[in-house]
Design a protein around this ligand. Sequence first.
Ligand code: FE2
Length: 156
Amino acid sequence: MRTQMDGHELLKVLSSNKLGGHKMTIEWNDKLSVGNEAIDEDHKHLVKLINAYEKAVSENNLKVLGLAFTALEKYAHEHFEREEKIQQAVHYPHRNSHREAHKALLQAVEAKHKQIENHEKINIEELSSFLRSWLIDHVVKEDMKLKPYLTGGRTQ
Ligand SMILES: [Fe+2]
């Protein structure tokens, strides 16, 4: 049995649910599981936060938008730390480069948050696709590589 899908397949899974016939929400699917409950629960929560952000956008609610972004930033930070500990524990061989990737993802989200706080002109649609690809790049492309190490399929 195949345990991994390629990025394109997973991308389809992530964006397959349409809400109200136009705006696509991200929906968690078991195919997104990396084989570790703690990491999966975190990812589900990140998906929820991104959906909360998009709901705030669709309702034009700037206050909720700011709150959702703050929550996302904070949670991402905690999640990355948890994930790095797990990678350490399973001796994931690419953990150093993964840590660097986490850093870059956090910096990108912090930069966007600053723009919101400074009331800079932001393109909401662009921000939305930024968050989606932020999540997809992380969960789909990077974390999926962890799966064989977390499900006992591989050791170093
Ligand atoms: Fe992750």
